[in-house]
Design a protein around this ligand. Structure first.
Ligand code: ATP
Ligand code: MG
Length: 489
């Protein structure tokens, strides 16, 4: 089978001319070929050549444009350059042998067949020849083409050896199953189950890279169900694995929280590519197992699971080496607020409750609503429509209140600094109390969100503490203006 039409660009042409003249076998191989046959776009192109990859890369780059920067790693024998929107990586064909405590093999020069044999899956071992007269010819020693057409993930060698040598491949298998909606061949699947504990030699960062690719797949549940079934989930993410299962008492069962969460994740995957919003969907009910109770005559409850869940997140992120920064805070916020919007659907809900949610969610209010809508997993179409309608009502209320009161990015009009100046008091608990009271008065609608009303409120509130104004409103404003103009200079 020939794919010469699909590899018509200046880089492939130069490689072809060079290696044809030098009578040197060279191929484009791996993910690029797989994706080309599947019609998926790919940005990285791997070239293997029998001989020096570095020398070939330099020669190709020199011919195209001497200004192209070729980076290379002598010790690995690899070279790379970027051209147009793609990255081309060149490497000499090689043979590998592994030892037990590392996924980094010993390598020696080899043939292209050796190089294909060291690949993880048959669908990743496809190569297209670049030397004439075979330009574009498919080299497929393990029937990877057929596997690609049938949607099968299979290893070129005995899968027990493949996975034990480099356990990261188990996660790659599951990741490809999720990304491509492929099926893992039975022997390979059994070998994964048998090798779960080999994952101990894989760094958390590598594991996360694959987890994130699963999260970003069109239907992430495919990957997570495989992680759960193979036992990998218990190993890498016990809190999530603990969500699986159903308890029944007095004839009352609760839903399986893992499968519910995965449904929510699939739902949100249709609405957003934002990795961290997808994480929030996966973790929104993570606090359910530790808060689960059975109440006689009533049924199962998960009181406070949203707060417990938010509290669990730093521990999970730390152990898994996920980022402990704003991303984590964002996920925590989504998890802790996910039960809030639905309450606002009630008719008698006050503006105050709406303002408080707007204030707490801030700019993330849209994401929160997306999460809530994804959280509807009923199989009953009418119910789904009714719930969506309810969230429409909530959105409307949020919009009305926001337009009126501008709460989303609300900063109380009176700062702690101003309060200290006004009463001539240093930093103290009282100052914090007054500040909080002003904020609450605004959110509760007792006063409007402006300086004058806040000032009047402050004066009265502070009087209860026996505090008297030392400076007039006019003086404080003048001092503030002065300080601001000094800052600007
Ligand atoms: P993607 O680029 O979508 O992550 P890919 O399969 O192209 O997927 P790369 O990391 O770009 O993955 O690797 C390119 C090729 O190198 C693969 O197609 C495969 O042939 C080979 N490869 C990558 N990782 C491994 C591994 N752990 N074991 C064996 N072969 C691998
Ligand atoms: Mg790739």
């Amino acid at each position: 089978m020939k794919f010469s039409e699909n590899i018509q660009n200046i880089v492939f042409q130069h490689i072809s001319e060079i290696v044809t003249r030098q009578n040197q076998p060279a191929y484009v191989i791996g993910g690029f070929v797989r994706d080309l046959i599947l019609g998926r776009a790919s940005k990285d192109v791997d070239i293997v050549v029998e001989g020096s990859g570095i020398a070939l890369a330099k020669e190709v780059a020199r011919r195209i444009d001497p200004k192209i920067k070729v980076s290379f790693f002598k010790s690995y024998g690899t070279a790379m350059f970027r051209y147009k929107d793609k990255e081309y990586e060149f490497v000499g064909a090689r043979k590998e042998s592994y030892n037990r405590d590392s996924r980094n093999p010993e390598v020696e020069d080899g043939s292209v067949e050796d190089d294909q044999l060291r690949r993880d899956f048959t669908i990743n071992a496809l190569a297209l020849s670049l030397a004439e007269p075979d330009f574009g010819e498919l080299m497929d020693p393990f029937n990877g083409y057929a596997d690609l057409k049938r949607g099968i993930i299979r290893t070129p060698r005995d899968p027990k050896v493949t996975f034990s040598d480099d356990p990261l491949r188990m996660l790659r298998a599951i990741r490809f199953a999720a990304q491509l909606n492929f099926h893992i061949d039975e022997q390979a699947y059994d070998a994964i189950v048998a090798n779960v504990e080999r994952l101990e030699i894989i760094s958390k960062e590598r594991i996360n890279e694959e987890l994130h690719k699963i999260m970003l797949a069109p239907k992430p549940s495919i990957g997570f169900k495989l992680l759960a079934k193979t036992g990998i989930l218990t190993y890498i993410f016990p809190e999530l694995a603990a969500m699986q299962g159903v308890d029944k008492r007095e004839g009352m069962a609760h839903k399986d929280n893992l499968f519910h969460s995965l449904k929510v994740l699939d739902n949100i995957a249709r609405l957003t590519d934002d990795l961290w919003l997808r994480w929030a969907a996966l973790l929104h009910d993570i606090g359910k197992p530790p808060t689960k109770r059975f109440v006689e005559g009533h049924g199962w409850t998960f009181h406070g699971h949203e707060y417990r869940g938010a509290k669990m997140i730093p521990g999970i992120f730390r152990r898994m080496k996920l980022p402990l920064n704003q991303k984590m805070k964002y996920v925590q916020k989504m998890v802790s607020l996910h039960m809030r919007p639905i309450v606002l659907v009630e008719d008698e809900v006050t503006d105050s409750a709406v303002r408080r949610l707007l204030f707490e969610a801030g700019n993330e209010i849209e994401d929160l609503m997306t999460l809530c809508e994804a959280d509807i997993t009923s199989k009953n179409h009418e119910k789904v429509q009714r719930y969506l309608q309810n969230y429409q009502i909530v959105r409307q209320k949020l919009q009305e209140v926001e337009e009126k009161d501008r709460i989303r990015n609300f900063q109380p009009p009176i700062t702690g600094e101003i309060i200290m100046q006004a009463f001539g008091v240093g930093p103290s608990k009282i100052i914090g109390d007054i500040k909080q009271a002003i904020k609450n008065a605004i959110l509760d609608g007792k006063i409007s969100n402006n300086f004058d009303e806040a000032w009047a409120f402050m004066e009265q509130y502070a009087a209860d503490y026996g505090l008297k104004l030392l400076k007039s409103k006019g003086d404080v404003i003048a001092d503030e203006d002065q300080a601001k103009s000094e800052d600007d200079r």
